[in-house]
Design a protein around this ligand. Sequence first.
Ligand code: AP5
Ligand code: MG
Length: 190
Amino acid sequence: MKNIVIFGAPGSGKGTQSDKMIAKFGLEHISTGDVLRSEMKNGTELGKTAKGYIDNGQLIPDELMVSILAGVYDSFGKEHKGVIFDGFPRTIPQAEALKQMLSERGHQVSAMIELDVPEEELMKRLVLRGQQSGRSDDNEETIKKRLGVYHSQTAPLIEWYRREGIHHHIDGLGELDRIFGDISAVIEAL
Ligand code: AP5
Ligand code: MG
């Protein structure tokens, strides 16, 4: 079983590369952002709570995220080939909770793959997507807040996973296929 954390700032390509990883390796996929957006679309209580945070570029509280995550993970059953965690963990308490949740099931994270992309490029990609997608958090003001939250709360996970001995750095700027080749090499070597 290969459980992979695909990691990076907003706009670094986590979702884009996850789609390729699903197709090539037959992995399951949890995008916490997609889960929350679907709840928002359906107007659930969780969606209403999430909207306040997302539209302001802030993170949803850890306890709430962790409980959602365990439920989605268990919905894949016991026979899966592994899960891609996209957008989770985003804080050190979330990383600790993930480690604990997996170890209670006799599993673990096999690799954390960091997509490293310069800030000007992130801004460019997200502003462009905002013009097309209608994602409520893809406007310049909210993107700036998301990047600030990334630096203060999420980036420390790079060092956390380095200490776990499973951090892999990938240059996330450039051709999609070159980036995917680099990701594939990491997964194949596991
Ligand atoms: P989430 O949905 O996870 O958003 P994000 O991390 O801000 O990242 P994005 O989905 O915007 O970018 P991505 O890295 O997936 O890049 P993509 O492939 O789309 O989270 C949204 C919000 O939900 C958070 O702000 C928070 O409020 C909440 N949330 C989610 N998880 C949470 C958690 N664990 N705890 C607390 N709160 C949580 O690519 C971006 C664009 O670039 C696309 O248009 C794509 O086509 C383009 N692109 C991709 N690769 C390339 C390339 N190589 N060259 C050129 N363009 C490219
Ligand atoms: Mg995404």
